[in-house]
Design a protein around this ligand. Structure first.
Ligand SMILES: [Ca+2]
Ligand SMILES: [Ca+2]
Ligand SMILES: [Ca+2]
Length: 518
């Protein structure tokens, strides 16, 4: 499973196929984050490092951030899912944890071109609200904070006072449907009953009646009303279900050919096949009141208003309800990226603590382990098995009683040159003890516990998998030095050489001679 490079964490999100009645294309799903689903401390406080990918773990999905409030630990994202299956659960990922990420939101591309307007209904300013589609049909409130922003079904919404609050969008041609299809939808919550309350309206000002309204009636039914050219040419439909106060409802009206349908909470409530009326006019589209009569003001909260110029399917509407109601998704456990721990080589004083280990993903591994450079008299020779070996980090103390160590040499013949495999037996020093760092799993940024280190610690740079134990690390100032695994290949230009004198580059106590026997 691929991983989005550079991100530290992800969770799998699953769309419940039992709530998807047919395959859906480019469906915008709501991802609501709270403390039970998301550790806000692991993401940027502005949410800029949030990303969504398809189930392959790396194909980025378009998303809009309605809100990311790290202090209150709530967030709402709208994510465009290219294909939602009705037969099996659809999975995607949310990634987070990249402190230098820039904002990846792409709001206008979340909404398919049939969405003519999408209003999440948080304030753009205290006097306006924003359309999330590329159409930018932003609306103007009656006055500042009329309506006023409040907590909604999804993030923030607008609270209408039932007296004069409304939002005016002007005469938008995309909201003049003619005799064509449409979908009108919103989440609503009523404060008052038993009076006509407009959710949406677009009525004629001059012309010949063509108009529509989407309302709650004075008997608390949902109501879609279309009116064509000339007096008495109305096609309207009322819900069977009654609405009540202080309850969120997802309400939808569609028209397909002449058929009007009303849905409440994703379920079809009423349907009628009538004449498709021409509803194009010169009036302004309003949320929360009647644009012609300047009356029938909505008393309550309206959230997530959307207008489409197609009739959304029953399956789409059902899925939209569960999405907005936050009853569509389940969240998997947090996964952590594979990390690489880079352990620096450094000199430490006694009792000094190894500094914070900075882990980073995708660092390269180095094999700079022992680093021993031997100096042959007259010829520099470098050990080439796995490492450059530097004497600088070693302080070998040779016994005065055995100033010379015999080392057996295995000779290999090359075509042009003589290769020597130099086997150096284990050399043990006892001046200072061996320090072994305990094996442990490290979290990002975790300190290695305080360890008493004689002096120099050579810490290799390692590739670690998540939760992998650190290998044992051995301090190398006067440690046991096991060179038996070294394979020093010497390239000698003169095969007749009988002996090579070695010495350490620094701090030699005396020359260390390695006789060579053939
Ligand atoms: Ca909202
Ligand atoms: Ca008012
Ligand atoms: Ca018009």
């Amino acid at each position: 499973m691929a991983w989005l490079s550079g991100w530290q964490y992800r969770r799998k999100i699953t769309i419940d196929a039992t709530k998807i009645d047919e395959n859906l294309t480019d469906f915008p799903v709501l991802v609501k984050l709270n403390t039970s689903r998301f550790d806000f401390s692991k993401a940027r406080s502005d949410g800029y490092d949030i990303r969504f990918t398809s189930s392959d773990g790396e194909t980025l999905l378009k998303y809009e951030r309605e809100r990311h409030d790290a202090s209150n630990q709530v967030a709402e994202y709208h994510v465009k899912i290219p294909s939602v299956s009705s037969s099996q659960n659809t999975e995607f990922y949310i990634y987070y944890g990249k402190s230098d990420a820039s904002d990846g939101a792409d709001p206008t591309n979340v909404w398919d071109s049939n969405f003519k307007a999408v209003w999440h209904l948080q304030d753009l300013t205290s006097s306006s609200v924003k359309d999330s589609t590329a159409n930018s049909y932003n609306g103007t409130k009656y006055a500042a904070n009329e309506p006023i922003e409040t907590d909604g079904k999804i993030g923030k919404a607008q609270s209408f006072d039932g007296t004069n609050d409304r939002i005016d969008f002007g005469d938008v041609a995309d909201f003049d449907f003619g005799t064509g299809p449409f979908t009108l939808e919103a989440f609503i919550r009523l404060n008052a009953l038993n009076k006509w309350q407009r959710i949406f309206s677009k009525r004629w000002i001059t012309g010949n009646y063509e108009q529509y309204t989407f309302s709650v009636t004075d008997t608390n039914k949902l109501h879609i009303w279309t009116y064509g050219s000339g007096w008495g040419t109305e096609s309207a439909l009322e819900s069977n279900t009654s609405l009540t106060t202080n309850t969120w409802y997802y309400v939808v009206a569609i028209r397909q050919n002449g058929t009007l349908k009303l849905f409440i909470n994703g379920i079809e409530d009423a349907s009628a096949t009538l004449t498709a009326r021409n509803v194009s006019n010169d009036g302004s589209f309003w949320i929360g009141g009647d644009n012609r009569d300047v009356a029938y003001f909505f008393d309550g909260i309206i959230d997530e208003g959307r207008v489409s110029n197609i009739a959304r399917s029953s399956a789409w509407i059902k899925a939209s309800y569960h999405s907005g109601n936050d009853s569509l998704l389940s969240f998997g456990a947090e996964e952590t990226a594979e990390i690489i721990v880079q352990l620096p080589t450094q000199q430490l004083a006694l009792s000094q603590q190894i500094p914070t280990i900075i882990t980073q993903k995708n660092a390269t591994a180095l094999l700079d382990v022992l680093g021993l450079i031997l100096e042959q008299k007259g010829i520099n020779v470098i050990a080439i098995k796995n490492a450059t070996i530097s004497l600088d980090a070693l302080n070998l103390v040779l016994s005065q009683k055995s100033p010379t160590i015999n080392i057996g040499i295995l000779v290999q013949l090359a075509v042009q040159q003589l290769g020597l495999d130099l086997k150096i037996p284990t050399i043990t020093t006892t001046k200072n003890p061996i320090v072994e760092l305990p094996a442990q799993a490290l979290e990002l940024g975790q300190l290695i516990p305080n360890v008493l280190i004689p002096t120099i610690v050579s810490l290799p740079t390692l590739n670690l998998e998540t939760n992998q134990l650190l290998p044992q690390i051995i301090a190398t100032k006067n440690p046991i030095i096991d060179l038996s695994s070294l394979n020093l290949s010497l390239l000698l230009k003169n095969p007749k050489i009988k002996s090579i004198a070695w010495k350490f580059k620094e701090r030699p106590e005396k020359d260390w001679k390695f006789p060579i026997r053939f």
